[in-house]
Design a protein around this ligand. Sequence first.
Ligand code: FEO
Length: 402
Amino acid sequence: MHNIYEISPSIYWIGGSDRRLERFENMFPLPNGVAYNSYLILDEKTAVLDTVDSSISALYLENITHALNGRSLDYLIINHMEPDHCANIEEIVRRYPNVKLVGNQKTFQLMRQYYSLDMSSNYYEVKEGNELSLGSHTLRFYFAPMVHWPEVMFTYETSKGILFSADAFGSFGAFAGNLFADEVEYDSYYLDEARRYYTNIVGRYGPQVQAIMKKLAGLKITMICSLHGLIWRGENISYILDKYDLWSRYVPEKKGVVLAYASMYGNTENVMNSLAIKLAKRGIKDMRMYDVSKTHPSYIISDVFKYSNVVFGSPTYNMHLYFMMDSLLRELAVLGIKNRNVTLLGNHSWSSAALKGMTEIVESMKEMTLVGTPIDIKSTLKPENEHELDAIADAIAESLKE
Ligand code: FEO
């Protein structure tokens, strides 16, 4: 049974949700599922903007057939060639053999890599700023390389001011009927998943996100339609633009502390608990604490982007940094996190390597400020060492005042 929604006169959402997929890109947990958005414009010409993941192909193709109501499809705009959006291109070409596949040179390069069917006779190549008239609607193309792949473009519908933004401004999370961000309690339910999506999927490409935001700054945008998650419209648009501006400049959203530790037998965990209590006694509120062996790194990464301060604590393992912590820190470095206050706590019993390993990775990141003198516990925290932890708590509290 089809399931479509007219989001603006003659413009339809024709996507769907997947609540069965365990992990997005086989990496990121999806406790609330994920939505794959696709849109259809009915005018003198018909155009679909992107397709969906293969997991919901059956519903999706039914949606297109129903929405077209017997008409043919003239254009398929391909803003992004990642398989969660491009999986149905070949099937659409088989069903609508005269459809023009609208993309850029890099789009078609990826299309040839993903598909063995030669669809070159359907290619309709556009360049930056080109326009395509559908009748009363006109589509203009803005290239957004590396947001999140090199071929990505945004499509701007000029008559209504609707921006089709590929992955940008999207989120993890399936739909529960409401398609618009102003119809839900976004702050309390969706924002964390939008941040986790951005930071882990697009987080490395902050400069490229800044570039496209500057490129679009003069446009009148009335609606933003991402390929994942809720649609933004009206005054609400500035909310997500402001978040993206902070995230893509690696500016923390709030002053606060994330504590992330690895602990084999609970001793490093005890040090972190002890430090957290000391911080609470110094008036620090709303802290977050994670065991890196327990919590998926995507959640920790998301909070490291959110907060100003982070404390990493880890034991030595096999004469190296405990590998779950090593993995977390290296991924943070890959994502280009910068501009944070970092405190380091090591632990070892017979060979010290964790503190050195953490220090090396953090020092490879840009604009990180080490707060407090790192300590390297020997197996367990002893009362005689507590003054060192007090000094660290003082330093963190002081850094939050700045
Ligand atoms: Fe939702 Fe970059 O794909």
